[in-house]
Ligand binder design. Structure first.
Ligand code: OAD
Length: 237
């Protein structure tokens, strides 16, 4: 495997043990809200204050959580893997970023947030993005006069960096999916793109997911156990 080109996809399950709730809990609600009430452009147009407050609360909650062993193991993989690597996360938290900080050196982590980031603001008019740590609900407008919104890819919007992600999948040797239910496209289709490229595919998840059958191998268990074990095996001399 040394030098293999690897694409890793992560979902809410990788942050669950840090205390960040997953999207599809047993009650089907995301932190007490129906997804269509907080994660669509229509919801934002209808009730911008409710949507801003929802994401302001999620952003504030990041200060009370920390990366877990799965994030740390992926940061080690980023630091030590000699071949191509792209870690694509659907998560809008910053736990991969925090685990990588100070570990991967001066370069940026080999990480893409395809569904946006809580700690970023997006201008609804000029599409400028800016790091953001406080509340957005009463923020001043962008320099262009546009209203700032959460930099989150809502349902019906195009995920970030799809060209880069599809190019990496088209040439990868190994695709690994961690802690995602396989319900949301395009991420749920990455395993098929990887197969088309002739890559081996591995799923690491607590339960069987909607996409489990599409993988060559599925391992069941908590990410904090499965991910360090997989990374250790991969990096073993
Ligand atoms: P989900 O909440 O749909 O799925 C989380 C998955 O993680 C489930 O399959 C769980 O079994 C698994 N899981 C839970 N705890 C785990 C643990 N400790 N270790 C390993 N696996 C665990 O979250 P996502 O698949 O990430 O999109 O959801 C995908 C997208 O749907 C999100 O990015 C979001 C949401 O709507 C947008 O906001 C655009």
């Amino acid at each position: 495997m040394t030098g293999a080109r690897i694409v890793v996809l992560t979902g809410a399950g990788v942050s669950a043990e840090s205390g960040v709730p997953t999207f599809r809990g047993p009650d089907g609600l995301w932190e007490g809200h129906r997804v269509e009430d907080v994660a669509t452009p229509e919801a934002y147009a209808r009730d911008p204050v409710l949507v801003q407050r929802f994401y302001d609360a999620r952003r504030a909650a990041l200060g009370r959580v920390a990366p877990n062993a799965a994030h740390h193991a992926l940061a080690r993989l980023d630091r030590d893997w000699p071949g191509d690597l792209l870690i694509v996360t659907q998560n809008v938290d910053d736990l991969h970023d925090r685990a990588a900080a100070g570990v991967v050196g001066d370069r940026p982590p080999r990480l893409l947030h395809m569904h946006g980031e809580l700690r970023s603001a997006l201008c609804g008019r000029c599409n400028a993005r800016a790091p953001w740590s406080g509340d957005l609900v009463a923020a001043d407008p962008c320099d262009c006069g546009g209203r700032l919104r959460p930099d989150i890819v809502w349902f019906g919007e195009m995920p970030y960096a799809m060209d880069r992600i599809e190019a990496a999948l088209a040439t990868c040797d190994l695709f690994v999916s961690i802690g995602t239910s396989g319900n949301v496209y395009p991420a749920a289709g990455f395993v098929d793109l990887a197969h088309r490229a002739g890559a081996a595919t591995l799923e690491l998840n607590l339960d069987a997911s909607a996409g489990s059958a599409a993988f060559d191998e599925s391992r069941r268990g908590p990410a904090s156990v499965l991910v360090p074990a997989w990374v250790d095996a991969l990096l073993a001399p």
